[in-house]
Write a protein of this length. Structure first.
Length: 365
Protein backbone atom coordinates (compact mmCIF):
# COMPACT_ATOMS: atom_id res chain seq x y z
CA UNK A 1 0.00 0.00 0.00
CA UNK A 2 2.76 2.40 0.96
CA UNK A 3 4.72 1.48 -2.13
CA UNK A 4 1.68 2.24 -4.19
CA UNK A 5 1.31 5.65 -2.46
CA UNK A 6 4.93 6.54 -3.06
CA UNK A 7 4.64 5.49 -6.68
CA UNK A 8 1.51 7.62 -7.08
CA UNK A 9 3.28 10.61 -5.54
CA UNK A 10 6.18 10.22 -7.93
CA UNK A 11 3.91 9.83 -10.96
CA UNK A 12 1.81 12.85 -9.93
CA UNK A 13 4.96 14.89 -9.41
CA UNK A 14 6.34 13.96 -12.81
CA UNK A 15 3.00 14.73 -14.44
CA UNK A 16 2.92 18.17 -12.83
CA UNK A 17 6.40 18.92 -14.11
CA UNK A 18 5.48 17.77 -17.63
CA UNK A 19 2.03 19.35 -17.82
CA UNK A 20 2.92 22.76 -16.42
CA UNK A 21 4.32 24.55 -19.44
CA UNK A 22 7.67 26.23 -19.27
CA UNK A 23 7.43 29.96 -19.98
CA UNK A 24 8.36 30.33 -23.66
CA UNK A 25 11.63 32.18 -24.12
CA UNK A 26 11.23 35.59 -25.67
CA UNK A 27 11.58 35.29 -29.44
CA UNK A 28 14.52 36.94 -31.13
CA UNK A 29 13.77 40.48 -32.27
CA UNK A 30 11.66 40.40 -35.42
CA UNK A 31 9.88 42.79 -37.71
CA UNK A 32 6.37 44.04 -36.90
CA UNK A 33 4.10 45.54 -39.55
CA UNK A 34 3.05 49.14 -38.97
CA UNK A 35 0.54 51.38 -40.72
CA UNK A 36 1.67 51.91 -44.32
CA UNK A 37 2.32 55.29 -45.86
CA UNK A 38 -0.42 56.67 -48.05
CA UNK A 39 2.05 57.35 -50.87
CA UNK A 40 4.35 54.71 -52.39
CA UNK A 41 7.89 56.00 -52.71
CA UNK A 42 11.57 55.18 -52.96
CA UNK A 43 14.57 57.49 -52.83
CA UNK A 44 12.80 59.83 -50.40
CA UNK A 45 13.94 61.83 -47.40
CA UNK A 46 13.20 60.59 -43.89
CA UNK A 47 13.87 62.14 -40.49
CA UNK A 48 12.70 61.89 -36.88
CA UNK A 49 11.61 65.06 -35.10
CA UNK A 50 9.81 65.50 -31.78
CA UNK A 51 9.00 61.78 -31.56
CA UNK A 52 7.46 61.57 -35.04
CA UNK A 53 8.65 60.37 -38.45
CA UNK A 54 8.57 62.60 -41.52
CA UNK A 55 8.92 61.33 -45.09
CA UNK A 56 9.28 63.77 -47.98
CA UNK A 57 9.16 63.38 -51.75
CA UNK A 58 10.48 60.36 -53.58
CA UNK A 59 10.36 58.45 -56.85
CA UNK A 60 7.33 56.32 -57.67
CA UNK A 61 7.66 53.25 -59.87
CA UNK A 62 4.76 51.43 -61.47
CA UNK A 63 5.95 49.12 -64.21
CA UNK A 64 7.66 51.31 -66.79
CA UNK A 65 6.08 54.50 -65.42
CA UNK A 66 8.21 56.81 -63.29
CA UNK A 67 6.80 59.75 -61.38
CA UNK A 68 7.93 62.08 -58.64
CA UNK A 69 5.85 62.99 -55.61
CA UNK A 70 5.72 66.20 -53.60
CA UNK A 71 4.02 64.41 -50.69
CA UNK A 72 5.05 65.09 -47.10
CA UNK A 73 3.65 62.71 -44.50
CA UNK A 74 4.13 62.42 -40.75
CA UNK A 75 3.82 59.23 -38.71
CA UNK A 76 2.71 59.25 -35.08
CA UNK A 77 3.90 56.11 -33.24
CA UNK A 78 1.35 56.68 -30.48
CA UNK A 79 -1.59 56.19 -32.87
CA UNK A 80 0.22 54.13 -35.53
CA UNK A 81 -1.11 56.47 -38.19
CA UNK A 82 0.08 58.76 -41.00
CA UNK A 83 -1.17 62.26 -41.73
CA UNK A 84 -0.57 64.48 -44.79
CA UNK A 85 1.22 67.79 -44.41
CA UNK A 86 2.04 70.74 -46.65
CA UNK A 87 3.45 69.38 -49.92
CA UNK A 88 7.00 70.11 -51.01
CA UNK A 89 7.56 73.27 -53.08
CA UNK A 90 8.29 70.90 -55.99
CA UNK A 91 8.46 67.12 -56.44
CA UNK A 92 11.93 65.82 -55.65
CA UNK A 93 13.86 62.61 -55.02
CA UNK A 94 17.36 61.50 -54.07
CA UNK A 95 17.58 64.34 -51.53
CA UNK A 96 18.39 64.33 -47.81
CA UNK A 97 16.01 65.30 -45.02
CA UNK A 98 17.68 66.33 -41.76
CA UNK A 99 16.17 67.45 -38.44
CA UNK A 100 18.03 70.26 -36.69
CA UNK A 101 16.95 72.98 -34.24
CA UNK A 102 13.35 71.83 -34.29
CA UNK A 103 13.03 72.14 -38.06
CA UNK A 104 13.47 69.93 -41.11
CA UNK A 105 15.94 70.73 -43.88
CA UNK A 106 15.61 69.18 -47.34
CA UNK A 107 18.72 69.51 -49.51
CA UNK A 108 19.77 68.50 -53.00
CA UNK A 109 18.33 65.69 -55.07
CA UNK A 110 16.70 65.93 -58.47
CA UNK A 111 13.40 67.37 -59.70
CA UNK A 112 13.34 65.01 -62.68
CA UNK A 113 12.67 61.27 -62.80
CA UNK A 114 16.03 60.91 -64.54
CA UNK A 115 18.66 61.59 -61.90
CA UNK A 116 21.08 63.19 -64.35
CA UNK A 117 18.48 65.86 -65.12
CA UNK A 118 16.99 68.34 -62.71
CA UNK A 119 19.92 68.19 -60.28
CA UNK A 120 19.45 70.96 -57.73
CA UNK A 121 21.29 72.87 -55.03
CA UNK A 122 17.99 74.05 -53.53
CA UNK A 123 17.48 73.72 -49.79
CA UNK A 124 14.08 74.06 -48.16
CA UNK A 125 13.21 74.51 -44.48
CA UNK A 126 10.04 72.96 -43.08
CA UNK A 127 8.53 74.42 -39.91
CA UNK A 128 6.27 71.79 -38.26
CA UNK A 129 4.62 74.45 -36.09
CA UNK A 130 3.49 76.41 -39.15
CA UNK A 131 3.24 73.45 -41.57
CA UNK A 132 5.10 75.56 -44.09
CA UNK A 133 8.12 75.32 -46.39
CA UNK A 134 10.50 78.20 -47.07
CA UNK A 135 13.78 78.43 -49.01
CA UNK A 136 17.15 78.88 -47.29
CA UNK A 137 20.71 79.22 -48.61
CA UNK A 138 21.44 76.70 -51.39
CA UNK A 139 24.19 74.08 -51.19
CA UNK A 140 27.59 74.93 -52.69
CA UNK A 141 27.08 72.24 -55.37
CA UNK A 142 24.29 69.95 -56.52
CA UNK A 143 24.21 66.47 -54.97
CA UNK A 144 22.00 63.43 -55.21
CA UNK A 145 22.09 60.23 -53.12
CA UNK A 146 24.26 61.85 -50.45
CA UNK A 147 24.37 60.99 -46.75
CA UNK A 148 22.48 63.51 -44.64
CA UNK A 149 22.45 63.84 -40.86
CA UNK A 150 22.90 66.35 -38.04
CA UNK A 151 25.94 67.06 -35.87
CA UNK A 152 25.59 69.61 -33.06
CA UNK A 153 22.45 71.06 -34.67
CA UNK A 154 24.19 71.57 -38.02
CA UNK A 155 23.04 69.89 -41.25
CA UNK A 156 25.64 67.64 -42.85
CA UNK A 157 25.60 66.51 -46.49
CA UNK A 158 28.46 64.12 -47.26
CA UNK A 159 29.40 62.45 -50.51
CA UNK A 160 26.77 61.68 -53.13
CA UNK A 161 26.80 61.97 -56.88
CA UNK A 162 27.44 65.31 -58.63
CA UNK A 163 25.81 64.29 -61.91
CA UNK A 164 23.22 61.64 -61.14
CA UNK A 165 25.37 58.93 -62.65
CA UNK A 166 27.69 56.30 -61.25
CA UNK A 167 30.30 58.85 -60.19
CA UNK A 168 30.71 59.68 -56.51
CA UNK A 169 32.46 62.46 -54.59
CA UNK A 170 34.12 62.84 -51.20
CA UNK A 171 32.85 66.33 -50.38
CA UNK A 172 31.50 67.38 -47.00
CA UNK A 173 29.06 70.28 -46.82
CA UNK A 174 27.84 71.72 -43.52
CA UNK A 175 24.90 74.09 -43.02
CA UNK A 176 24.41 76.24 -39.91
CA UNK A 177 20.74 77.20 -39.44
CA UNK A 178 21.73 80.09 -37.17
CA UNK A 179 23.81 81.83 -39.84
CA UNK A 180 21.96 80.42 -42.86
CA UNK A 181 25.33 79.60 -44.39
CA UNK A 182 27.17 76.61 -45.83
CA UNK A 183 30.81 75.68 -45.29
CA UNK A 184 32.93 73.15 -47.16
CA UNK A 185 34.87 70.83 -44.88
CA UNK A 186 37.87 68.65 -45.46
CA UNK A 187 36.87 65.89 -47.90
CA UNK A 188 36.35 62.32 -46.80
CA UNK A 189 39.23 59.89 -47.51
CA UNK A 190 36.98 58.13 -50.03
CA UNK A 191 34.20 58.87 -52.50
CA UNK A 192 30.76 57.44 -51.72
CA UNK A 193 27.16 57.65 -52.90
CA UNK A 194 24.10 55.75 -51.74
CA UNK A 195 26.01 55.20 -48.49
CA UNK A 196 23.79 56.11 -45.52
CA UNK A 197 25.27 57.53 -42.33
CA UNK A 198 24.37 56.66 -38.73
CA UNK A 199 25.34 58.82 -35.75
CA UNK A 200 26.03 57.07 -32.44
CA UNK A 201 27.43 59.29 -29.70
CA UNK A 202 30.36 61.20 -31.14
CA UNK A 203 30.88 58.79 -34.04
CA UNK A 204 29.46 58.79 -37.56
CA UNK A 205 29.32 55.42 -39.35
CA UNK A 206 29.10 55.24 -43.14
CA UNK A 207 28.33 51.85 -44.66
CA UNK A 208 28.57 50.44 -48.15
CA UNK A 209 27.79 52.48 -51.22
CA UNK A 210 27.00 52.10 -54.90
CA UNK A 211 27.79 49.60 -56.12
CA UNK A 212 27.87 46.93 -53.48
CA UNK A 213 30.77 48.20 -51.42
CA UNK A 214 31.40 46.25 -48.18
CA UNK A 215 33.23 49.13 -46.52
CA UNK A 216 32.33 50.51 -43.10
CA UNK A 217 34.03 53.67 -41.89
CA UNK A 218 33.89 55.58 -38.62
CA UNK A 219 34.43 59.33 -38.25
CA UNK A 220 35.06 60.63 -34.73
CA UNK A 221 33.63 64.12 -34.41
CA UNK A 222 35.66 64.74 -31.25
CA UNK A 223 39.02 64.05 -32.91
CA UNK A 224 38.02 64.53 -36.58
CA UNK A 225 39.78 61.27 -37.38
CA UNK A 226 38.70 58.53 -39.78
CA UNK A 227 39.24 54.81 -39.39
CA UNK A 228 38.14 51.76 -41.32
CA UNK A 229 36.06 49.27 -39.41
CA UNK A 230 35.24 45.62 -40.08
CA UNK A 231 33.70 45.13 -43.50
CA UNK A 232 30.08 44.11 -43.86
CA UNK A 233 29.29 40.47 -44.50
CA UNK A 234 27.70 41.49 -47.81
CA UNK A 235 28.57 44.62 -49.73
CA UNK A 236 25.51 46.72 -50.45
CA UNK A 237 24.32 50.08 -51.71
CA UNK A 238 21.05 52.04 -51.74
CA UNK A 239 20.22 50.40 -48.42
CA UNK A 240 18.75 51.92 -45.27
CA UNK A 241 20.63 52.29 -42.00
CA UNK A 242 19.74 53.33 -38.46
CA UNK A 243 20.89 52.80 -34.89
CA UNK A 244 19.32 50.69 -32.16
CA UNK A 245 20.82 49.72 -28.79
CA UNK A 246 24.06 51.46 -29.78
CA UNK A 247 24.47 49.25 -32.87
CA UNK A 248 24.25 50.00 -36.59
CA UNK A 249 21.57 48.17 -38.60
CA UNK A 250 21.93 48.02 -42.38
CA UNK A 251 18.77 46.96 -44.16
CA UNK A 252 18.11 45.51 -47.63
CA UNK A 253 19.43 47.42 -50.68
CA UNK A 254 21.28 46.01 -53.65
CA UNK A 255 24.04 43.53 -52.84
CA UNK A 256 26.68 41.79 -54.92
CA UNK A 257 24.32 38.92 -55.70
CA UNK A 258 21.16 40.97 -56.36
CA UNK A 259 19.98 43.69 -58.72
CA UNK A 260 17.69 46.71 -58.67
CA UNK A 261 14.93 44.48 -60.05
CA UNK A 262 15.45 41.80 -57.42
CA UNK A 263 17.00 43.57 -54.42
CA UNK A 264 18.06 41.99 -51.16
CA UNK A 265 16.09 41.58 -47.94
CA UNK A 266 19.16 40.75 -45.82
CA UNK A 267 19.92 42.68 -42.65
CA UNK A 268 23.21 43.00 -40.80
CA UNK A 269 24.09 44.52 -37.44
CA UNK A 270 27.40 46.18 -36.55
CA UNK A 271 28.58 46.33 -32.95
CA UNK A 272 31.01 49.20 -32.32
CA UNK A 273 32.00 47.53 -29.04
CA UNK A 274 33.33 44.41 -30.79
CA UNK A 275 33.95 45.81 -34.29
CA UNK A 276 32.04 42.87 -35.73
CA UNK A 277 29.03 42.27 -37.98
CA UNK A 278 26.30 39.68 -37.47
CA UNK A 279 23.23 38.64 -39.43
CA UNK A 280 19.73 39.60 -38.37
CA UNK A 281 16.23 38.49 -39.38
CA UNK A 282 15.59 39.37 -43.01
CA UNK A 283 13.57 42.47 -43.77
CA UNK A 284 10.01 41.42 -44.69
CA UNK A 285 10.31 42.93 -48.17
CA UNK A 286 13.21 42.99 -50.59
CA UNK A 287 13.75 46.65 -51.46
CA UNK A 288 16.27 49.30 -52.34
CA UNK A 289 16.10 53.10 -51.94
CA UNK A 290 14.17 52.60 -48.68
CA UNK A 291 14.51 54.64 -45.49
CA UNK A 292 15.04 53.95 -41.80
CA UNK A 293 15.06 55.93 -38.58
CA UNK A 294 14.89 55.27 -34.84
CA UNK A 295 12.44 56.73 -32.34
CA UNK A 296 12.97 55.73 -28.73
CA UNK A 297 13.39 51.97 -28.52
CA UNK A 298 11.99 51.21 -31.95
CA UNK A 299 13.71 51.20 -35.32
CA UNK A 300 11.40 51.88 -38.26
CA UNK A 301 12.06 51.09 -41.93
CA UNK A 302 9.72 52.03 -44.75
CA UNK A 303 9.13 52.40 -48.46
CA UNK A 304 11.63 51.50 -51.14
CA UNK A 305 11.30 50.06 -54.62
CA UNK A 306 12.18 47.33 -57.03
CA UNK A 307 11.99 47.54 -60.81
CA UNK A 308 8.26 46.88 -60.79
CA UNK A 309 6.84 49.12 -58.08
CA UNK A 310 7.41 51.39 -55.12
CA UNK A 311 6.16 50.44 -51.68
CA UNK A 312 4.08 52.04 -48.93
CA UNK A 313 4.91 49.43 -46.29
CA UNK A 314 6.56 50.13 -42.94
CA UNK A 315 7.97 47.73 -40.35
CA UNK A 316 9.64 48.10 -36.98
CA UNK A 317 11.91 46.19 -34.63
CA UNK A 318 12.18 46.75 -30.91
CA UNK A 319 15.14 47.16 -28.62
CA UNK A 320 16.66 43.89 -27.46
CA UNK A 321 16.84 45.51 -24.01
CA UNK A 322 13.06 45.87 -23.78
CA UNK A 323 11.01 43.05 -22.15
CA UNK A 324 9.08 41.16 -24.80
CA UNK A 325 11.45 42.25 -27.56
CA UNK A 326 14.15 39.68 -27.19
CA UNK A 327 15.41 40.87 -23.82
CA UNK A 328 16.34 38.71 -20.82
CA UNK A 329 13.80 36.02 -19.97
CA UNK A 330 12.46 36.03 -16.40
CA UNK A 331 13.40 32.96 -14.37
CA UNK A 332 10.51 30.41 -14.04
CA UNK A 333 10.13 30.59 -10.27
CA UNK A 334 6.64 29.02 -10.35
CA UNK A 335 8.02 25.90 -11.99
CA UNK A 336 10.84 25.72 -9.44
CA UNK A 337 8.29 25.90 -6.60
CA UNK A 338 6.28 23.03 -8.10
CA UNK A 339 9.41 20.88 -8.45
CA UNK A 340 10.42 21.58 -4.84
CA UNK A 341 6.95 20.66 -3.52
CA UNK A 342 6.88 17.44 -5.54
CA UNK A 343 10.37 16.53 -4.33
CA UNK A 344 9.33 17.06 -0.69
CA UNK A 345 6.20 14.90 -1.13
CA UNK A 346 8.22 12.11 -2.71
CA UNK A 347 10.85 12.31 0.03
CA UNK A 348 8.19 12.16 2.76
CA UNK A 349 6.48 9.17 1.11
CA UNK A 350 9.76 7.31 0.74
CA UNK A 351 10.70 8.10 4.37
CA UNK A 352 7.44 6.74 5.69
CA UNK A 353 7.84 3.63 3.57
CA UNK A 354 11.37 3.09 4.87
CA UNK A 355 10.30 3.41 8.53
CA UNK A 356 7.38 0.98 8.07
CA UNK A 357 9.68 -1.56 6.49
CA UNK A 358 12.14 -1.23 9.39
CA UNK A 359 9.35 -1.90 11.90
CA UNK A 360 8.11 -4.89 9.94
CA UNK A 361 11.53 -6.60 10.00
CA UNK A 362 11.87 -9.46 12.60
CA UNK A 363 14.24 -8.74 15.53
CA UNK A 364 17.80 -9.99 15.24
CA UNK A 365 18.51 -13.38 16.84
Amino acid sequence: MLRRGAAVAIVVGMALVVLIPLPAPAPPPGWDAKAPMSTPRGGFGVAALNGKIYVAGGLQRSGFDLNLTDSLEVYDPASDSWSPLAPLPAPRWGHVLVAARGKLFMAGGSTDVFASQGMTTDVELYDPGLDRWSPVAPMPEARIWAAGFAISETVQVWGGSPDGGSSAVATRFSYDPQTNGWTVGQPMPFSRENSPAVVIGTSVYLTGGWRNLPNATEYRTSTQLWRDRAQMLRGRGAHAAADLDGNVYVIAGVTADTTECAPSASVEVYSPATDAWSTFADYPQAAWALGAVRIGQLLYAMGGSDCGSSFTSMYSIGSALTPGSGGPVSFPWALVAVIVVVAVLVAVALGVLWRRRRKAQPPAA
